[in-house]
Write a protein that binds this ligand. Structure first.
Ligand code: COA
Length: 258
């Protein structure tokens, strides 16, 4: 059975983690499928946004612990590098992604969510980096992205204690960008939000993501220069013409990605 269930509707790709009996734990086969799916999505101009969610009772309970059991240092490095590579592929895809999170988002599950562009969670969602309880630490970008999203102190708190936080706490900390009531369907909310993103100018979305990704760690003057360069590039697109003409004519713009 495939470890992912992938469906495309219009310009929207929905990737569902499909190992519900193992709470969607991330094993090597799942990573292979995810890397392939992301590569295809990147190449396909008909895909403009992605939603990631988990089937069953959890978003994802982390890396598959059974695959770490026998790992020595060399294999551990390969294990961490592989997950980091695929999550970075998602983060730098050039197309916005939304993680739709319900239930557990622990360890690699939390790290996968953090590599997505946006995170929408239902109130029942639970976040944490419990690796310390196994005598290890986050290896798929958890220390780096968590500290950037919620601050160094809170990242140290979660990674050192291995404690979980609920969705409301995650929203208050900025780990989650939108909270959905339990009665609502978090996946439907994410699909609707992603659909709105597919209506926007794809080149502009890509450049905004690139600018924030690359500019975040730069000194302010360099980040501003980077922003100006990306802004200049967007001024040369047909989508900029279409967007501004539509505004002046008081109608909705249709963006072609040129
Ligand atoms: N890797 C491999 N298998 C996992 C897993 C993981 N990260 N998380 C859950 N599973 C498996 C369980 O072993 C169990 O399999 P089984 O039915 O064959 O025994 C199945 O998924 C269901 O999990 P279970 O523990 O029975 O569910 P629960 O509701 O009682 O507990 C959790 C849920 C998330 C609290 C618990 O599964 C857990 O602590 N998982 C590990 C989380 C973790 O440490 N992640 C970081 C890994 S580096």
């Amino acid at each position: 059975m495939s470890h992912l269930h992938v469906t495309q509707s219009d310009a929207l790709l929905h990737i569902e983690l499909n190992r519900p009996d193992k709470l969607n734990a991330l094993n090597a086969a799942l990573f292979e499928e995810l890397a392939d799916t992301l590569s295809q999505a990147q190449r396909n101009p008909a895909v403009r946004a992605l939603v990631l969610s988990g089937r069953g009772k959890a978003f994802c309970a982390g890396a598959d612990i059974t695959e770490i059991t026998e790992a020595d240092a060399i294999e551990g490095l390969a294990f961490a590098n592989r997950g980091q590579q695929v999550f970075r592929q998602l983060e730098t895809l050039g197309k916005p992604s939304i993680a739709a999170i319900h239930g557990y988002a622990l360890g690699g599950g939390c790290e996968l969510a953090m590599a997505a562009t946006l995170r929408i969670a239902s109130v029942d969602a639970v976040f944490g980096q419990p690796e310390i309880k196994l005598g290890i630490m986050p290896g798929y970008g958890g220390t780096a992205r968590l500290a950037r999203l919620v601050g160094k102190g809170r990242a140290l708190d979660l990674c050192l204690t291995g404690r979980n936080i609920d969705a409301r706490q995650a929203e208050a900390w900025g780990l989650v960008t939108q909270l959905v009531d339990a009665s609502d369907n978090v996946v439907d909310t994410a699909l609707a939000q992603a659909h709105r993103l597919t209506q926007l100018a794809p080149i502009a979305l890509d450049h905004i993501m690139q600018t924030i990704d690359q500019g975040f760690d730069l000194p302010l003057a360099q980040a501003l220069a980077l922003e100006a360069n990306h802004f200049a590039l967007l001024c040369a697109t047909q989508d900029k013409q279409r967007g501004i003409e539509a505004f002046l004519q008081k109608r909705a713009a249709t963006f072609s990605g040129e």
